[in-house]
Design a protein. Structure first.
Length: 271
């Protein structure tokens, strides 16, 4: 699993989980040291930094050496990510209702159609029909904020709604979300990191460097899952929905690994 994680994703995690809390800047030299512990060589680090710079994620800044800061525009995005990733995603209640996203994009601007589909899927929306997407009502504000930030709001109408009739909603919902694909990702996470937690639990303590080497790939792998999972009402989910077990595993690993990982980054960077 870990070998498939892109260096740029690992760097995003390092900045989001640690650098953001330690002044928002780190030198390239220190970042190369940290990434080397994750088996990413210096050339791959520099290439990933170049891509993140072009995407506006990182900005060059010279302090005690050559380095990069997190772009100011990224701070609210990381803040929203913290809420989605670390706050317990309790299932929505049916009576809370739904948010619907309706869009129609001219053929001459079909690139935006792909962007909308990709972003709505990432937000946790299910696809009811072409141009018609659905999610629990509590995703209204994240959807509004994200679509405005990406310049896609002119193509979308957002509605809030209640389900009235006529189908078996549980059966129908299973055609709007790809439950097997979501469960497969939760299962892969649990299969990979369950033994890691067992190994850690067998010892009295864990070295800070080892904690960092476990935590960064683990958090990188996990942070996309809360976006694919919309937090649907429990009565609409499969009986053996494995998200609960996976989230408990993540929370336990986060509780054990986050603090020593931060201390390791402090030691390496001197912040």
């Amino acid at each position: 699993m870990e070998s498939s994680i892109r260096p740029s994703s690992l760097i995003n995690t390092v900045y989001g989980a640690f650098v953001r809390r330690l002044g928002g800047w780190t030198s390239i030299a220190d970042l190369i040291v940290l990434m080397g512990e994750l088996d990413v060589d210096s050339q791959a680090v520099r290439s990933a930094i170049s891509r993140l710079k072009k995407r506006g994620v990182l900005v060059p800044e010279r302090r005690s050496g050559t380095g990069y800061s997190l772009s100011p525009a990224m701070h609210p995005i990381f803040d929203e990510g913290d809420r989605r990733i670390f706050e317990s995603l309790e299932p929505a209640a049916l009576e809370e209702g739904w948010v619907m996203a309706v869009f129609s994009v001219p053929e001459s601007e079909r690139t935006y159609r792909y962007q909308l589909r990709t972003r709505l899927t990432w937000l946790g929306f299910g696809n009811m029909a072409p141009g018609l997407w659905l999610a629990p009502a509590r995703l209204l504000e994240p959807a509004r904020t994200t679509l405005e930030r990406l310049g896609l709001s002119d193509y979308v109408h957002l509605f809030t709604s209640q389900y009235a009739a006529f189908s078996d909603l549980r059966a129908t919902v299973s055609t709007w979300w790809d439950f097997p694909a979501i469960e497969a990702q939760y299962a892969a996470f649990t299969d990979h990191y369950g033994p890691v937690l067992e190994s850690i639990n067998e010892r009295e303590d864990i070295d800070a460097g080892e904690a960092f080497r476990h935590y960064v790939p683990m958090l990188t792998q996990w942070r996309r899952l809360p976006y694919l999972d919309a937090g649907l009402p429990a009565e609409l989910l499969p009986d053996d929905w494995n998200a609960v077990t996976a989230r408990q595993l993540f929370q336990r690993l986060h509780g054990v690994l986050a603090a020593p990982s931060l201390e390791h980054v402090r030691k390496v960077t001197g912040f």
